[in-house]
Design a protein around this ligand. Structure first.
Ligand SMILES: Cc1cc2nc3c(=O)[nH]c(=O)nc-3n(C[C@H](O)[C@H](O)[C@H](O)COP(=O)(O)O)c2cc1C
Length: 323
């Protein structure tokens, strides 16, 4: 179930929103018009190795519009990856100018590129003069050190055929502290004609409603942690009646079963599947009104069987929050 007045996107999370996570969320809950993959990086300029593309193989990404994301400051690398993605049938990609983590940003990648508009210009000039084969969108923060960096960056970006910009209005230095800044987003919006996607702190239907009234020109919304906590949140925003009609526990069980089965089948070891499910539950426990105790049950499991018992107990015994 999706709506036609606005678009809802699922944000990318390295280590969590892999192909089975994205497609199963779309399948069992719905509400998302598109999903973004966690960034692909370090692909080099010679040949994109197959293991970098595992998560974007078309067969594993059926049923929902999937937008692969790249993290790079090297136009040659982006061109080669773009061609590999085009060969897989993709027509669009997203460029990450938002990742705040020091090991990325200190190398002038992700949000670390935001203070350097000339570098961004040079990369985009090379890409668009070299038949980059995909439509390109950008996902960014409003700055690395300071929100004011967004102005020069937007002026640079809009000289190129960028399709849309997802804007998370925090600086890179902030990581996740403080609130996503509505005033920094408003300042950016006033400056650009490019379609902007709001991304940040949409945890409830009422927060989305507040933002949609505050930013009437925005018709694209990216939901991250809010959807990881409550996979039904996009549906509740897109169509509240449809949300009221789904069996949320059944949908959660099916969603978790998909993730568990696919991870188990990779056969990387029994502890891998358990730690993968725990990473999902770090957020997902907030679907329940007693998240601390729900997560405690999951956290103490060591074997797949223990995990499955704990999952069953949480789904059967804990009360869901109402969105
Ligand atoms: C563990 C983790 C991994 C993330 N991985 C990515 C990523 O690969 N690419 C990206 O653009 N953003 C990534 N993000 C940022 C989210 O996509 C999103 O922009 C951020 O959480 C803000 O949105 P929210 O407030 O709705 O959660 C990541 C965030 C976290 C916490």
């Amino acid at each position: 179930m999706v709506n036609s007045q606005f678009q809802l996107y699922l944000a990318p999370f390295q280590g969590i929103t892999d192909a089975v996570y994205r497609t199963s969320l779309a399948r069992w809950f719905g509400g998302v018009n598109a999903v973004f993959t966690p960034y692909i990086s370090g692909t080099g300029v010679e040949k994109v190795s197959k293991n970098k593309l595992v998560d974007v193989m078309p067969l594993a990404n059926q049923g929902v519009r999937t937008i692969p994301q790249m993290l790079s400051k090297d136009a040659g690398e982006m061109l080669l990856l773009g061609k590999a993605l085009a060969d897989l049938g993709y027509t669009e990609a997203n460029w990450n100018l938002g990742c705040p983590f020091p090991r990325v940003a200190n190398k002038k990648r992700g949000s670390g590129l935001l203070p350097f508009p000339e570098m961004v210009r040079a990369i985009l000039e090379t890409l668009f003069n070299s038949d980059f084969p995909l439509q390109l969108s950008v996902k960014m923060r409003t700055g690395y050190f300071d929100h004011s960096e967004v102005f020069e960056m937007l002026e640079t970006l809009q000289q190129f055929p960028i399709t849309e910009i997802t804007m998370h209005p925090r600086t890179g230095k902030q990581l996740y502290s403080g609130d996503a800044s509505e005033s920094a987003f408003a300042d950016a919006e006033a400056l650009t004609q490019l379609p902007l996607v709001w991304n940040g702190d949409i945890f409830t239907v009422s927060k989305w409603h507040h933002l949609s009234l505050k930013f009437p020109r925005v018709d694209r919304w990216m939901i991250g942690r809010g959807a990881l906590m409550n996979p039904a949140l996009p549906l509740a925003i897109a169509d509240y009646d449809a949300y009221c009609q789904i069996d949320n526990i059944k949908a959660l069980a099916a969603f978790l079963n998909d993730i568990y089965q696919v991870t188990y089948a990779r056969n990387e070891g029994r502890s891998v599947v358990v730690s993968r499910m725990k990473a999902v539950w770090v957020y997902l426990c907030h679907s329940f009104s007693d998240p601390v105790n729900a997560f405690r049950l999951i956290r103490k499991t060591r074997t797949p069987d223990d995990y499955l018992d704990a999952e069953r107990r949480v789904l059967n015994e804990f009360e869901l929050v109402r969105l």
